[in-house]
Design a protein around this ligand. Structure first.
Ligand SMILES: [Ca+2]
Length: 67
């Protein structure tokens, strides 16, 4: 699962940006905030927001040495 997160992070956008499905880069803080910041609205997609939650969980597991 951790490897998946690392692969997912290695996209065209920088580490503090989220890549929309249309390859647009937006500030990662704008992801899942209730406003559509991507032209295609993909930053508010249910799947994207679910992955974001997973990323946060894995990040916490990593910080506390579980993976
Ligand atoms: Ca947003």
């Amino acid at each position: 699962m951790c490897a998946f997160v690392c692969v997912a992070a290695a996209d065209a956008c920088s580490s503090y940006e989220f890549q929309c499905h249309n390859d647009q880069c937006i500030n990662i803080a704008w992801r899942c905030d209730g406003d559509k910041d991507c032209a295609d609205g993909s930053d508010e997609d249910t799947t994207v927001c679910c992955e974001f939650l997973l990323f946060v969980i894995v990040w916490f597991l990593h910080i506390f040495g579980f993976c």
